[in-house]
Structure formats: structure tokens, C-alpha cells
Design a binder for this molecule. Structure first.
Ligand code: SF4
Ligand code: SF4
Length: 211
């Protein structure tokens, strides 16, 4: 974009984790001078313009939020803070929204009430131009984390004799085999998930090539 300052990212270590990725993006948000297409101030602080969108959750987001908010029941957390939509074979588990279509955690002053617990999607979105490899990494990490959350949702439902929590549904046609074990399986923190295991070989190759 003309006159817009964006960002690229590349991976320098074989043992880089999703937490390293989050740390890098958080540092970028706070300290860099990159442009913000939705905010003339070019700062995220106090700006709520991306908090009224679909916010998909990963298995680790839910793990960390449950711990941080004192929930021991997965179903209790999903019912209070999430919205589960089933559309044919697709399951979408997102943060719930208030009547204005804003995230449940958004405060009236435009700040996040759970900033330290905010989702991976919240932490990695910046309304700045970015390179295709940066976009692809975000998309890949989010998708794997979402898939693992859906696997957990199925599992928890089965434990409760097949009672899946669904808030909206259109002709559900679900098959648990569509959600396979992946790099997020069994992991409770982002530092436990290796980017090497999240990325395809091709994406890893692209991301580890310094320009
Ligand atoms: S990324 Fe979100 S919070 Fe940051 S400036 Fe853009 S719209 Fe506002
Ligand atoms: S969790 Fe916080 S940062 Fe994320 S959408 Fe909700 S209010 Fe915004």
C-alpha cells in the first residue's frame, strides 16, 4: 500500500515456538512505527476497532482463559464466553459478543478487560500491510489451534454422553475424523508448541529464508 509501513517476519531458530511468535508480534505492536490502516494514531492502545469481528479461539486460548478466569468446567466456559456455530460439516467456536456485536471482554472505554488473556487472533492481528509469509504463518497457527479446540469440544461432548454445546446450527453433518491430532494436541501453553511442527515443510522453508 502506498505510504503504508508494514512488516515481514522470518524464523531464526529451529526451536522457535508459538510463544516466540506472539512475543515478536507483541513487541512489534508496542514499539514499532508501522502504519495502522484503521487508526490514524498508528497505535493500538485504546483502539477497539478490531474487537467487533469474528474472534476464533484456539485450544490453548481456552485453556489459558479458563485458568485465568477460574473455570474448571469446559462446558461452563464455552457457555458463558463462547459462541458455537455448526454449519453442515464446519464448526466455528468464537468469542461471544454483546448486543452491539462487540467482544464480551470489551470495556466501555474501548479497552480489553482481559488483555493478558486475549486470544492468539487478538494478539497477532495488526491492521498493517504484511508479507504473504507473515499472513500465511498467522493463518496456519490459528487454523491448527482452532482444529484442536474443536477436537476437545467433541471429546468433552462425548464424555457427557454426546451432548455437544451448540448455539447455532444449520443442517449439522459432523464427523470427528475431520479434526485430526496436530501440533496443538496435548499442549497447554504456547511455549509448548513448536512452529516447525505447525508449519508445512514448504511454509517452514519460506519462513526461515532471510530476505
Ligand atoms: S489492529 Fe486493531 S486495535 Fe490496532 S489500530 Fe488496528 S483496529 Fe485498532
Ligand atoms: S479479547 Fe480483548 S482484544 Fe480481543 S476482541 Fe475481545 S476485547 Fe478485543
Amino acid at each position: 500500500m502506498e505510504n503504508q509501513k508494514g512488516y515481514d517476519l522470518y524464523i531464526t531458530s529451529e526451536s522457535a515456538t508459538v510463544q516466540d511468535y506472539l512475543d515478536a508480534v507483541n513487541e512489534l505492536i508496542v514499539y514499532s512505527q508501522i502504519s495502522r490502516s484503521r487508526n490514524q494514531n498508528s497505535k493500538c492502545e485504546g483502539c477497539p476497532r478490531c474487537c467487533a469481528e469474528r474472534i476464533p479461539l484456539t485450544s490453548i486460548d481456552v485453556e489459558l482463559m479458563m485458568k485465568g478466569l477460574g473455570f474448571s468446567s469446559f462446558a461452563g466456559f464455552i457457555n458463558k464466553y463462547c459462541h458455537v456455530v455448526v454449519d453442515g460439516p464446519v464448526v466455528d467456536i468464537i468469542l461471544a459478543q454483546n448486543i452491539k456485536g462487540e467482544c464480551v471482554f470489551l470495556k466501555p472505554d474501548g479497552r480489553c478487560s482481559q488483555y493478558r488473556l486475549r486470544s492468539l487472533v487478538c494478539q497477532t492481528f495488526i491492521c498493517s500491510p504484511s508479507t504473504p509469509r507473515a499472513v500465511k504463518l498467522r493463518e496456519t497457527v490459528v487454523n491448527k489451534g482452532e482444529d484442536e479446540l474443536v477436537r476437545r469440544w467433541f471429546r468433552e461432548g462425548r464424555n457427557k454422553k454426546g451432548e455437544l454445546i451448540i448455539h447455532e446450527a444449520w443442517e449439522p453433518d459432523l464427523d470427528i475424523n475431520d479434526w485430526q491430532v496436530n501440533a496443538f494436541t496435548g499442549k497447554k501453553e504456547y511455549r509448548d508448541v513448536l512452529l516447525r511442527e505447525v508449519c508445512t515443510q514448504e511454509l517452514w522453508h519460506i519462513l526461515t529464508k532471510e530476505r
